[in-house]
Write a protein that binds this ligand. Structure first.
Ligand code: ADP
Length: 273
């Protein structure tokens, strides 16, 4: 099975969103796509899952249809519904049906948030059948080989009511994402913002220090996304501490004492060489 060559990549239509790999995830994605297997990406928010899927869809030359799942999202929202027009009803495909017809990559972000009835439409698409039955019209869509279902979830948010059922997760090839290794994260911060290597290294040291914090009740910790936001502010000329406060500390907590403690960490990181 051939991996994509640099030449093919450079020639990909519409440009390929910039993505710096953490490990072998690009090869895994490509193998899964070629083997017609669906993919489950696990990882904390802001660690690069969406950018990775955008990058891979472009590399493989497939359209990407992304759905941000929420607790009101139903099977009908994914599959489609009849709309009442001028005196008649017309069927309108939902994003999943459109993706199947177009042979696109369909990315369901935070899939555990969606309503339980969405699993009914995911299951026959995510196993060997690769079909999407549209009950309302009696149609049975057969997924072309290019179609791929990709779902993501954040295990950190998971509670018992919102766990993925074993019968769902065992249909997917799984890929675990974490925050990138220090050198990779520095490259990401630098290339996404234009800050110099010293600032990028400082921001990554800050993230590592914040990720070690356990004595404050933080729901989430500093993600690569927050570092990139801080770096962009700094690159635009904002003072480093102010940027870290706005993009990182205040994004992590509303509590003034916790914010003060986190700002001490910021001061410590940027005072030391
Ligand atoms: P997630 O989907 O996991 O919440 P995103 O894919 O939206 O996270 O990543 C947030 C931001 O972090 C991206 O917009 C990008 O600027 C940056 N980023 C994270 N990982 C990478 C990476 N490996 N290569 C390039 N940019 C990255």
């Amino acid at each position: 099975m051939d991996m994509l060559s640099a030449r093919q990549l450079a020639g990909a239509p519409g440009g390929v969103p910039h993505y710096i790999p953490q490990a072998q995830e690009c090869a895994l994605f490509e193998h899964a796509w070629r083997c017609q297997l669906p993919l489950l990406i696990k990882g904390p928010t802001g660690c690069g899952k969406t950018r990775f899927v955008e990058h891979m869809a472009a590399r493989l030359g497939r359209p990407l249809i992304t759905v941000s799942c929420h607790d009101d999202l139903s099977a009908a929202d994914l599959v489609g519904r009849h709309l009442i027009g001028q005196g008649n009803t017309v069927w309108q495909d939902g994003p999943l049906a459109r993706a199947v017809r177009e042979g696109a990559i369909c990315y369901l972000d935070e899939v555990v948030e969606a309503r339980k009835d969405t699993t009914v439409v995911m299951h026959p698409l995510a196993d060997d059948r690769r079909v999407l039955p549209i009950e309302r019209t009696g149609e049975l869509l057969i997924a072309p080989p290019e179609f791929m279902l990709v779902v993501s979830y954040n295990p950190g948010y998971q509670n018992l009511l919102k766990a993925l059922k074993p019968s769902t997760r065992q249909r997917f090839v799984a890929l675990s994402f974490g925050y990138p290794q220090s050198a990779v994260e520095q490259d990401i911060v630098r290339s996404e913002s234009g800050v110099n290597a010293d600032v990028a290294a400082g921001l990554v040291r800050l993230a590592q220090a914040l990720r070690r914090v356990t004595d404050h009740d933080l729901e989430e910790t500093a993600s690569t996304r927050l570092l990139v936001m801080a770096a962009r502010l700094i690159s635009a000329g904002m003072d480093v501490e102010m940027a870290c406060r706005a993009a990182v500390v205040d994004a992590l907590t509303d509590d003034t004492d916790t914010a003060a403690a986190l700002m001490e960490i910021v001061g410590g990181v940027f005072d030391s060489p």
